[in-house]
Design a protein. Structure first.
Length: 79
């Protein structure tokens, strides 16, 4: 294959991964009750900043939901 075809295939693969990660980040943002900073629209804009923005949301933007963060730690099973 020519070099141009390989570049095109690589570019299409990158775009496919980017869109998939952005969709996953957007769906996760829609389901979250809390986000870091409390400003959901700011995270929407960050997610739309291509792949680095969506990865930044997954790395820094998500906070645990209140129900899961207030549960007491489970004790180990008694043998």
């Amino acid at each position: 294959m020519s070099e141009a075809v390989l570049v095109l295939v690589g570019l299409l693969a990158y775009v496919a991964v980017q869109i998939a990660v952005q969709i996953a980040a957007g769906r996760d943002l829609g389901k979250r009750k809390r986000v870091r900073g409390g400003n959901r629209w700011l995270w929407v804009i960050i997610i739309l900043l291509l792949l680095p923005g969506a990865l930044a949301y997954f790395a820094f933007g998500r906070l645990p939901d209140e129900e899961t963060s207030t549960l007491p730690p489970q004790s180990p099973p008694a043998w």
